[in-house]
Write a new protein. Sequence first.
Length: 396
Amino acid sequence: MRVKHLRACDLQESGWYRGTLSFVPFGTKLFCGVMADKGRSHPLSDCRRTWKESLLIMKEKLKEIREEALSQILASDTLDKLNEVRVAFLGKKGKLTAVLKGMKDVPAEERPMVGQMVNDTRTAIEEALEETKKKLEAAAREEQLRKEVIDVTLPAKKNLVGHRHPNTIALEEVERIFIGMGYEVVEGPEVEYDLYNFEKLNIPANHPAKDEQDTFYINKEIVLRTQTSPVQARIMEQGKLPIRVIAPGRVFRSDEVDATHSPSFHQIEGLVVDKNITFADLKGTLEQFAKELFGPETKTKFRPHHFPFTEPSAEVDVTCFKCGGKGCRFCKGSGWIEILGCGMVHPHVLEMCGIDPEEYTGFAFGVGLERIALLKYEIDDMRLLYENDIRFLRQF
Ligand code: 2NL
């Protein structure tokens, strides 16, 4: 149905399409009817707008869109805002797109001219968008470069490299020496059965070492190991012979802390079991060990002693590496320093661990790791080894 009594200018004046781009002149059939008259008023309409006038309005509208877009583009200070402007004008529901959609209603002969006008506007907006996008991207890059600038003249961050604890240095030194003699390093549990910690090592129920003053009991059958010998007892029990092992590890005794005692310290025990092992093998081995640890001039002295798990047993002294044996403050004038206990494995121990003492013999020894560290680094208080004061530890 043709609407004859409404004029385009009425529509415009009534605010129907002002600012509402879906109602720009070409978007409505109503207007097309008028514009199709090409400069003449439709005989049935009293609309005074000619086609040329409508084109002018269109031009005005596009100019408005272009100016609005350009000013919004200019005001965009981020890429996100710029994109919002693109969507608002060139997007699917954008203002210029709405005009473009109305093109289908423009009479065919006018389309090139109107199309050209719309395209010009679009190109202008796109160019402005592109230019501003480049500017914003360049600014963002500038900002990033400014932020990431590195002042190579600033003092470097020091990389603090830690190092081994003196106990570890001493342990690795002892391990190195025995590995060099063909030993294997073995470990075992710190919480141990009374059976392995005492019984199989020939320490009977009434032995003073088993007193609650010396041993931490978990219950009647389980203790915190007081030595690393239970590791060797387990190795012997496995029955793979010959045996040549050292067993380093943490041990526990119910001791008060002082310069030479701690309730938790470390031991390295050694065990050799084979056919025809004699005390001469033990002496030769420990002499070699002492020489490698304290220097080739070091002499050793085996003093008779008693341990329940070895027979015969001995304590080993080395010549003082400070005075060479003459006697000094370090060795308390004696020229000798005690370093370890040792002996031939008691036949009863071999038997309890499943080895035939008629066929096999062995020797064993035990060294206090802290004692070695204190001696080697001339530290006079064991507590320093546990305080972890970096000023102390840094010296080794
Ligand atoms: C010391 C004394 C020693 C052992 C530990 C041992 C182990 C087995 C059998 C026989 Cl499985 N003996 N160990 C032997 C003699 C002495 O340690 O004063 N250590 C700090």
